[in-house]
Structure formats: structure tokens, C-alpha cells
Design a protein around this ligand. Structure first.
Ligand code: PSV
Ligand code: MN
Length: 394
């Protein structure tokens, strides 16, 4: 079934900004090894060039998430902001890193060592300053803190340390900023993580202050968890801060959004459409991608992700919410479910192509990228640099 978009749907799609992660353009691997790609980004500039290519073709990705330890150049905040601006982008979420340094072996803000805790908090405060300096409003916090064995740590003492740390960081935010608290049930810790689920993240955010919200990474749930329920609940509480989109089959697989279960992503967007319908306003949340593509060409995977998100969001906007409410009121379960199924079954690809064309973008961004020669050019420019740094198999 084909469709045409109403003006309302076209306008809402135009306001859907999707943030790209720098780390999605660099060579990454699994814990068993890394397979390098000739065209993968090496430097911040390469990553921003790649993000700009995705934005040029889709018009939907004006901001880029950065990881503080991986992306901040020698010139600091100014150089970072300028590098984005010259490419028509801006720096989006700032992702501190309190998980990589050796001192964090036994945790960061939950560590037993007061010196380590202070060092982690200082890094978080420095990240707030970085956000301010580059004009970003979003501090995205993920912690690897946790334990691997029963008895290893005191849950409550660690919880209280987290609360104190997050409140201190919250107090350093400008009024326009927000801090997003991400949860994850396991990995790298396998017995407990200190922010294991959305309820804990919401409690930490509530204690930290009004500018703290929950970040839902779609890959950070135990099998069978109903993510759209979590999203609807958090949105109604005013506690939803945004998403890290990716897909998963087993755990935090970082696969392309919608590649495994597009109906689930659609249902998350239906929860958002319902929340927006209830308030008459767009939810003030961040739609960020958090994916690493070890096998797929990275830019292609990102374009595929952006167009998939647009497709699934458009399908969610097609759900007839009035009909859905009438079906619910009549306890007509089948009719209610059919409201979702028929919107999901609608083929929106032609309508999206026309929508893109009308806004001056290629009808098919993936095909436009493939025929642009960008990847071959990037490989030619980057391969010698990789070889020189010993970072290539070629
Ligand atoms: C952790 O698994 C995570 O989801 C956090 O958001 C990190 O910032 C990101 O992945 C790093 O890839
Ligand atoms: Mn994430």
C-alpha cells in the first residue's frame, strides 16, 4: 500500500533531526579483533567529513555526537566547533569518557578510591565546560561502573556516590543545558552495573536535578523488555531525554537500526507520536545514533540508518490515533492492533522520496552516495595515512 504525506506529516518529518556519532565512522571491532576499512575515518576531520556527507545527502543530520577522549583536537573546544562549522555541522552531545583509563579498572564515580572518584567527577565537569564552549546543550553520560562478583561492592554505597557525583555535575550545567543518564544492564561488568535499568536512571536523574533526563539506548535492555512501554512511561513523566538508536539480536550488538526488528522501532515511534499528540508539542528529546559497523561500509550504514529511522517514524505518524482510541474505548483489541499493523504495512518509500526531492535532496540518498565516488576518494586519501601510521592491513 502506497501513501502520500499530509502537510502535518511532512512538517513533522522535517523537524526530525538525527544525530550521528563520530565513532560510527572510525574503524572499530569486536573484542576478538578489528578488520580495517580503507575508507574508514582516522581523524576528527575525516569523521566530520563523513558525517557531512550523510547530512549533505539526507539533510537530516545537522549535529554530531563526540566522545571527549577520542575526538577533541589539540586546539580544544574552538578547534572542535570550527571543524564542525566549516562542514555545515554543529557539535551535538558531549560524551565524557570515564571508562577507558587504567585508573577506572574498579569504577569511576563509584570507585572505592576517593582520588579516582574526584578525577572522574573533574572529567565530567570539564566535559560540561567543553559543552558550553562548543555551544552544545547535551551532556550524555554513560558509565561502565559495576562489579563482576557477588560481594565485590556495596550496592548502596556505590548508589550514594553516584547520586552525589551526578548532583555535582548537574549543578555545573547552564540553565539551557541538559544531562542525559544512560543505563545498561551488563557489559563490561557482568554481575551488576550501577545504572542497570531505566528506573535507576530515572531515580538518579530525579535526584540530580530538573535538567537531568534518561537516555534510552535501544540496545541496552534484557531480552523481551518492552521498550515502547518504557518510552511512553518516561515521556509522560517528563523524564525522557533522548535515544541512542541501534538494533540488536542478543545484547548490545550495535547493529543498524531496524535491521533486526523494525516493528519494535516503529512501536517506539508510535509511543512518541502518542505523547506528542497528548501535549500538542514535539517532545524535546535527542534522536542520536549509537552504532559501530564492523563489516558494512560505514557511511552507507549511516545513510541506511537515517532513511530507516525516517521510514519508521513516518509510518508511526500514519497511525490513526483517533481510530486507535475508539478501538481501545470499545475494547476492540483486534481493531486497535490493526491500526498499528496497517500503518506499519504502508509503503512510505515513494512518499519519502518525493518529500526529499521537494526539499532539494536526492530521492535515494544511498544510491546518490554510491554513485558519488566519495568512498573511493576517501580511501585514496586515507590509506597512505593509515599505512604510515601502521594502522592498515593493505
Ligand atoms: C556503551 O555501550 C554506549 O552505548 C555508550 O553510549 C557509549 O558512549 C557508547 O556505547 C560508545 O560506543
Ligand atoms: Mn549508547
Amino acid at each position: 500500500m502506497n501513501c502520500e504525506f499530509s502537510g502535518k506529516i511532512s512538517d513533522r518529518l522535517s523537524r526530525l533531526a538525527i544525530e550521528l556519532p563520530t565513532w560510527g565512522f572510525a574503524d572499530t571491532g569486536t573484542r576478538f579483533g578489528k578488520f580495517l576499512q580503507d575508507a574508514a575515518a582516522l581523524t576528527l576531520e575525516d569523521k566530520l567529513d563523513d558525517a557531512a556527507e550523510v547530512h549533505r545527502l539526507t539533510g537530516a543530520c545537522p549535529s554530531v555526537a563526540v566522545h571527549v577522549l577520542w575526538d577533541v583536537p589539540e586546539g580544544g573546544a574552538r578547534a572542535l566547533a570550527d571543524a564542525a562549522a566549516v562542514r555545515g555541522l554543529r557539535i551535538g552531545s558531549i560524551n565524557p569518557n570515564v571508562f577507558q583509563d587504567q585508573c577506572y579498572r574498579h569504577g569511576s564515580v563509584a570507585s572505592e578510591d576517593a582520588v579516582v572518584r574526584r578525577r572522574a567527577i573533574q572529567h565530567l565537569l570539564d566535559s560540561v565546560a567543553l559543552a558550553r564552549a562548543v555551544g552544545s546543550r547535551t551532556l550524555a553520560l554513560w558509565f561502565a561502573d559495576g562489579t563482576n562478583y557477588p560481594g565485590q561492592g556495596s550496592f548502596v554505597r556505590r548508589k550514594r556516590r553516584f547520586m552525589d557525583a551526578l548532583r555535582e555535575v548537574h549543578d555545573a550545567l547552564d540553565p539551557s543545558m541538559r544531562m542525559l543518564v544512560e543505563y545498561k544492564p551488563f557489559e563490561p561488568a557482568f554481575y551488576h552495573t550501577d545504572i542497570a535499568d531505566w528506573g535507576m536512571a530515572a531515580a538518579f536523574a530525579r535526584h540530580a536535578g530538573p535538567q537531568a533526563k534518561v537516555l534510552v539506548d535501544t540496545g541496552h535492555h534484557l531480552p523481551g523488555q518492552n521498550i515502547e512501554h518504557i518510552v511512553a512511561f518516561l515521556a509522560d513523566e517528563g523524564a525522557l531525554g533522548g535515544f541512542h538508536f541501534n538494533d540488536r539480536h542478543y545484547a548490545d550488538d550495535d547493529l543498524t537500526t531496524g535491521s533486526i526488528d523494525p516493528y519494535r522501532v516503529f512501536r517506539i515511534f508510535v509511543a512518541i507520536a502518542e505523547a506528542e499528540r497528548a501535549t500538542g508539542r514535539d517532545l524535546d528529546i535527542e534522536y542520536m545514533i549509537d552504532q559501530s559497523h564492523n563489516e558494512k561500509p560505514k557511511i552507507e550504514a549511516m545513510i541506511q540508518t537515517v532513511t530507516t529511522v525516517q521510514e519508521l517514524f513516518a509510518k508511526a505518524l500514519l497511525v490513526d490515533l483517533e481510530q486507535l482510541e475508539s478501538a481501545r474505548a470499545a475494547n476492540d483489541i483486534v481493531a486497535a492492533e490493526e491500526c498499528l499493523k496497517s500503518a506499519f504495512a504502508t509503503d512510505v518509500r515513494e512518499a519519502l522520496a518525493a518529500w526529499r526531492e521537494a526539499r532539494g535532496f536526492p530521492r535515494d540518498p544511498l544510491a546518490a552516495h554510491r554513485s558519488s565516488g566519495y568512498t573511493a576518494r576517501a580511501a585514496r586519501a586515507r590509506l597512505p595515512r593509515k599505512q604510515a601510521s601502521g594502522g592498515s592491513y593493505a
